[in-house]
Design a protein around this ligand. Structure first.
Ligand code: VGL
Ligand code: ZN
Length: 195
């Protein structure tokens, strides 16, 4: 099991209760905490060992305040996840599980939209793929927001890179219910497991 990791995508306040609040977000946070609790318990009680055994990686949408995806700058979204704001911060119950090397920021350049966690880098400039390889991870569980955008793009890139991808279907939130269901269906056909 030590080839397994959890990737938490954009569980940030703007996607939960802020400018771009998504459906099922509170439930998705609860489910994620439940999953972490369960995987922790399966490994016994030694916290340091658990963290070594089951890395939890965080993806964060992390925009400058003039990002091109914002409506006022020609994009399709309300302003969201601006660097240094509450809206761009990881939910407080999940934040204790985040560490710097395993936190990847995307959408940091004003001119570039980045939905995939694969385009994010940590503070040392390392990518998600690089770190997953260093940790010798083969099997990845994914949860987060939003199903149709960042979750989907991240899952598809993980699959392309050769990982076994398990999407925690109750631990994801979405912009639109029909879009969510269509995305789940298509992802499953591509070889992503819904668990
Ligand atoms: C996302 C909308 C805007 C996402 C990011 O990560 O799913 N969605 N920016
Ligand atoms: Zn964004």
């Amino acid at each position: 099991m030590n080839d397994t990791a959890l990737v938490v995508v954009d569980m940030l306040y703007d996607f939960i209760d802020g400018n771009l609040a998504c459906q099922n977000a509170d439930e998705a946070v609860r489910e994620t905490l439940g999953f972490i609790d369960k995987m922790t318990r399966d490994q016994g009680t030694d916290d340091s060992e658990i963290l070594g055994t089951y890395p939890i990686l965080f993806i964060c949408d992390h925009h400058p305040d003039d990002h091109s995806s914002f409506k006022e700058f020609g994009g399709i979204w309300p302003a969201h996840c601006v660097q240094g704001t509450r809206g761009g911060s990881i939910h407080k119950e999940l934040a204790p599980y985040a560490n710097e090397e395993l936190t990847f920021y995307k959408g940091t350049e004003a001119g570039k939209e980045q939905y995939s966690g694969f385009e994010g880098i940590n503070s040392a400039g390392q990518s998600l793929a690089e770190i997953l390889e260093l940790l010798d991870i083969k099997d990845v569980y994914v949860c987060g927001i939003a199903t149709e955008y960042c979750v989907r793009n991240t899952c598809e890139d993980l699959l392309k890179a050769g990982f076994k991808v398990n999407l925690l279907k109750d631990a994801i939130a979405y912009v639109d219910r029909a879009g969510h269901e269509k995305a789940l269906d298509e992802m499953q056909k591509e070889g992503i497991s819904l668990v």
